[in-house]
Ligand binder design. Structure first.
Ligand SMILES: [Zn+2]
Length: 267
């Protein structure tokens, strides 16, 4: 008997802490983090080139995705492979068990990083980039996690303090992608859970442009605990499972909030 695969996407973030650390992971059940089997995943970069050199000397947005992935790979917790995408499959669409494993996440294992003018028809608002995680809610195994980059804001790539042009923020693609890959691997925002800590994973863009100790500890905590349960293939391919999901946006920086008094919002 063929059993239908049933997956449900929900936009929630679980509010339980992982041990006594400042970092938080995305939990599929209390105390257990979502994770990629075999501690690895492949992303497809569709960001392309701006047609001019970026401030940090790179020629393409995708180079900054590679650099962000390399930073995480150096931690030794998870191995990202980022390839230049050539066949874009739109992650937007209702869950249908074929091309969309959860709502607006696309096909199983397909993880594009791409510019979008909306999040599947919903205005980005204050969100400059978001990751839509989908996981198997029985095992906690991640199924896919596309990264949407808001094409409506000003981007460049640079190290150091946040820059502005005519009062408008210029977002550094490298640090923002570093943040989003943290969501892809399973980390949440520590500051959204009442933690005060130096972290690239805080929900607001800041002058922090590289991984901090808390980010590194968080990734290592997820994959140290997941290592004993990564044997075998995704359970969702062989039996009915319910999936879960979390849309994790990165918000405008605090400087912008101070200037424009925009309301903090989590999608
Ligand atoms: Zn975020």
């Amino acid at each position: 008997m063929i059993r239908k695969l049933i997956l449900v996407s929900a936009t929630f973030v679980v509010l339980h802490a992982v041990a006594a650390h400042a970092f938080f992971c995305i939990e599929w059940r209390q105390g257990s983090c979502v994770y990629w089997p075999d501690s690895r995943t492949t992303m497809l970069a569709f960001l392309g080139s701006p047609g001019t050199s970026l401030i940090n000397g790179t020629q393409t947005w995708d180079e900054n995705a590679f650099a962000a992935a390399n930073d995480w790979n150096a931690v030794g917790a998870i191995q990202f492979t980022v390839d230049n995408g050539d066949n874009f499959l739109d992650p937007c669409g209702a869950q249908n068990h074929q091309s969309h494993i959860c709502d607006n996440t696309g096909a199983l294992g397909d993880n594009p990083i791409f510019f979008a003018s909306t999040f599947c028809g919903n205005a980005f608002g204050d969100v400059i980039e978001l990751t839509n995680n989908c996981w198997d809610s029985v095992s906690g195994r991640m199924l896919n996690a596309p990264v949407f980059v808001n094409a409506n804001v000003l981007w460049n790539a640079y190290d150091g303090p946040l820059r502005f042009s005519n009062g408008q923020p210029i977002y550094d693609a490298r640090r923002v992608l570093l943040h989003e890959l943290g969501h892809v691997l399973g980390l949440d925002h520590p500051d959204a859970h009442a933690q005060t800590v130096q972290a690239i994973m805080n929900s607001r863009v800041s002058n922090i442009d590289r991984l901090q100790a808390d980010d590194i500890n968080g990734a290592r905590a997820i994959y140290a605990s997941a290592s004993g349960s990564t044997i075998g293939t995704s359970g969702c391919q062989v039996r009915a499972r319910r999936g879960g999901g979390a849309v994790l946006p990165l918000l405008l920086g605090w400087i912008i909030l101070a200037c424009q008094r925009r309301r903090l919002r989590r999608a």
